[in-house]
Design a protein around this ligand. Structure first.
Ligand code: ADE
Ligand code: ZN
Length: 329
């Protein structure tokens, strides 16, 4: 089986109900009302409701140690599934909203990455994510405050949240700052809005698209994405769970791949959608018709399109081909 790599997972969205409860207990606070629908299920009915539940659940993640634990537990679980690299979307807005300075949040995440590397041999980096429904200025502030000195694990910039309500082009000033500062850029588009949103997103200085799969609505756009070598961070289980597509069989991942678009796999918000990175590879194999060699090419694409530095990419590619699969990082 091929090694796995994932470019698209929201860190706050990796914490399962059990961990959300443990963190709330440790911090001496109740889990906010409306977060759970049973002992092991988050409560949400549609995408915007999911975003609200996500925000509420994330309020129990309060300290650097909490961020360390969320990061560590997620990465170790990925390593057990065969993953060698994960790019974590980390939201400074969520830290700030509970009074945690983003630098402390990032120190906690970095500790989780270091501890997971030590214990499980997995590597990870941080992509900062702004929430579009918090407004253009908040996104600019995040880009601006990380344009100079920043933690070396911070390698990229992304924009999440309510795509349909907050189209991408207005965030161009944030992207200009992030891109000029040397951060790799990607943006949520073509998930809960259509091909027009993807076209607009491509006016930003991005090399990847988070989701991007609704580009399939416009064949000329698909061709453009393929020609430009833009890489899609596809999350099929998330898309089926939030009803972007009615079933795996109707998911366009295979069609996009066959049209020459570079694609990768991500779990997005694993416990909310019943997803995991190993599960996404299994879906691609069992439901979407990808063979072993093709799955390996998805991992290779993920490593090549990652925002990690060249030395780490080379080490990861070497590890993919190492017969014993052991870490040489
Ligand atoms: N924030 C957390 N998960 C998200 C998703 N799938 N789309 C947009 N914003 C998000
Ligand atoms: Zn996402």
């Amino acid at each position: 089986m091929t090694a796995l790599a994932e470019l698209h997972v929201h860190l706050e969205g990796t914490a399962p109900p059990d961990l959300i409860r443990r963190l709330a207990d440790r911090n001496g606070i109740p889990v906010p009302d409306g977060v759970f629908d049973g002992p092991d299920r988050f409560k949400w009915v549609d995408f915007l409701d999911f975003l609200r539940t996500y925000d509420r659940a994330a309020t129990v993640i309060r300290t650097a140690e909490d961020y360390r634990d969320v990061t560590y537990e997620y990465l170790v679980s990925c390593a057990r599934q065969g993953a060698i690299y994960v790019e974590l979307l980390v939201s400074p807005d969520h830290a700030q909203s509970v009074g945690l300075p983003p630098s402390e949040q990032q120190a906690g995440v970095a500790q989780g990455i270091d501890d997971a590397r030590r214990d499980a041999g997995i590597e990870a980096r941080i992509v900062l994510v702004a929430v579009r429904n918090f407004g253009v200025q908040a996104a600019i502030d995040i880009a601006q405050s990380h344009a100079g000195e920043r933690h070396p694990y911070i390698v990229g910039f992304n924009l999440a949240g309510d795509e349909a309500g907050y189209p991408p082009a207005q965030f161009a000033p944030a992207y200009e700052i992030a891109s000029r500062a040397g951060l790799g850029c990607t943006v949520h588009a073509g998930e809960h809005a259509g091909a027009g949103s993807v076209r607009e997103a491509l006016t930003l200085p991005v090399t990847r698209l988070s989701h991007g799969v609704r580009a399939v609505e416009d064949p000329a756009l698909v061709q453009d994405i393929a020609d430009r070598g833009i890489v899609l961070e596809a999350c099929p289980t998330s898309n089926v769970a939030t009803q972007v597509f009615p079933s795996y069989e109707e998911h366009p991942l295979r069609r996009l791949y066959e049209a020459g678009v570079k694609v990768t796999l991500g779990s997005d918000d694993p416990p909310y959608f019943g997803a995991s990175i190993g599960g996404e590879y299994a879906v691609a194999r069992e439901r979407l018709g990808f063979g072993e060699g093709e799955l390996e090419s998805l991992t290779r694409t993920a490593i090549e399109a990652s925002f990690a530095d060249d030395a780490l990419k080379r080490a990861l590619l070497k590890r993919m081909t190492a017969k014993d699969g052991r870490s040489n990082l």
